[in-house]
Design a protein around this ligand. Structure first.
Ligand code: FAS
Ligand code: PHB
Length: 390
């Protein structure tokens, strides 16, 4: 098999790149380990930056998002019963859009089907060869048989656990990591959201988050120790704990009798692998970096990587220009590191760290109090949350 760009991974990054390349007349093949239903069964991100919304519009996949997505002009941070609203639109002129990653992925699949995009499901990439040549090879297994795809470039959109990052030689690759001593237990329920806007709740018992997917589907999270098991958390226990962490007046109207649609536990880490390019292999999205979900940046960083990579490949194939290819890693990493900083900072001020001493806990409260009194501090938070420029 031959193509111009072999894309490993059919999550949001891989599918969005395939769609944008197609619109630029560039041929690609997406190789996805899982079935389409499995990929669509994942419940993950919920908040889209303005830049991501613009890119989805450019890709021609925004109709359902424009119809079903919610425009949010602000969100709240709470400290016990103190509530602080961050006026995103008032401070930056930009809102965020609440529209689940699952729906973004569904829209991308629909668009690829409509344009006859080639996506090979239940096909596991087992090897990447000749990345330092201009004819790299992707080797994948499907139904017990091995297949080879020769391409001009390989896009590693295979997430944190995929093989592409490790195809960059260890002597070339530099990894930076911060593991957090807790995870997020998430619950998706068919219930009216507790609040019209998101609430990021800091509390001495731990962090809680009130989010949503629509007026009838809510998404909640509570910080839990890494040792916690899903089976130790029946829904009733989740609701009780969440109500103890969010402001009393919000807890009093929380609908906790809705059908539980999904529960899952995710560890939190900050991670970056440099560089994001090696020869003809590029990394984009979670394959190159991970952020704690506190800043709602994961999916949005995948989008900005794809913005840069699409422009670079478009210039290479359609304008015989190498500039984007050569600059891709530095350009993408510049935005990645600033989002890593913001996500680390939001996580540091809002979570209960077991090893924190009394002074450090006072520093967390002082962060909240400073935010509450300083428009400059709120504006800084707001410009990071809506998304820094591409
Ligand atoms: P993805 O991991 O989505 O996709 C990679 C794809 O590659 C997968 O479909 C995988 O099956 C495939 N793949 C892997 N190895 C392969 C192989 N060998 N061969 C073929 N295919 C292979 N972000 C937020 O902004 N907010 C959140 O609340 C949030 N919650 C999250 C919860 C969890 C449990 C996780 C894991 C992530 C969460 N994220 C969140 C981050 C998440 O949304 C990612 O940023 C987003 O999925 C990135 O998309 P991709 O880079 O496409 O990676
Ligand atoms: C979500 O709705 O899943 C969500 C929203 C904001 C975050 C993380 C997750 O920061």
């Amino acid at each position: 098999m031959k193509t111009q760009v072999a894309i490993v991974g059919g999550g949001p990054a891989g599918l969005l790149l395939s769609q944008l390349l197609d619109l630029s007349g560039i041929d690609s093949i997406v190789i996805e380990r899982r079935s389409r239903d499995y990929v669509l069964g994942r419940i993950r991100a919920g908040v889209l930056e303005a830049g991501t919304v613009g890119l989805l519009r450019e890709a021609g996949v925004s109709d359902r998002m424009d119809r079903d997505g919610q425009t949010h002009d602000g969100f709240e941070i709470s400290w016990h019963d103190e509530r602080l609203r961050i006026d995103l639109a008032g401070m930056t002129g930009k809102p965020v859009t609440v529209y689940g990653q699952t729906e973004v992925t569904r829209d991308l699949y629909t668009a690829r089907d409509e344009r006859g995009g080639e996506i090979i499901h239940e096909a596991e990439v087992v090897r990447i060869e000749s990345t330092e040549s201009d004819r790299p090879i992707v080797v994948f297994e499907k139904n017990g048989e091995e297949h080879r795809i020769e391409a001009r470039f390989i896009a590693g959109c295979d997430g944190f656990h995929g093989p592409c990052r490790r195809a960059i030689p260890e002597g070339v690759r530099r990894e930076f990591v911060r593991e957090y001593p807790f995870g997020w237990l998430g619950l998706l329920s068919r219930s009216k959201p507790a609040n019209s806007e998101l609430i990021y709740a800091a509390h001495e018992r731990g962090f809680g988050l009130c989010s949503m997917r629509s007026d009838a589907v809510s998404r909640y999270y509570v910080q839990v120790p890494l040792t916690e098991k899903l089976e130790d958390w029946p829904a009733d226990r989740f609701w009780d704990e969440l109500k103890r962490r969010i402001p009393v007046d919000v807890a009093s109207q929380l609908q906790s009798d809705g059908e539980v649609l999904e529960m899952s536990v995710a560890p939190l880490r900050s991670f970056v692998s440099e560089p994001l390019r090696h020869g003809s292999l590029f990394l984009a999205g979670d394959s190159g970096h991970i952020v704690p979900p506190t800043g709602a940046k994961g999916l949005n960083l995948a989008a900005s990587d794809i913005f840069y990579l699409h422009r670079a490949l478009d210039a290479f194939f359609n304008s015989a220009s190498n500039e984007g290819i050569v600059n891709y890693s530095a350009k993408a990493l510049s935005r990645v590191w600033k989002s890593e900083r913001f996500s680390w900072w939001m996580t540091s001020i809002l979570h209960d760290f077991p090893e924190m001493n009394a002074f450090e806990k006072r520093m967390q409260k002082a962060e909240f109090d400073y935010l509450a009194q300083s428009e400059a501090a709120q504006r800084s938070l707001a410009e990071n949350y809506v998304g820094l420029p591409y």
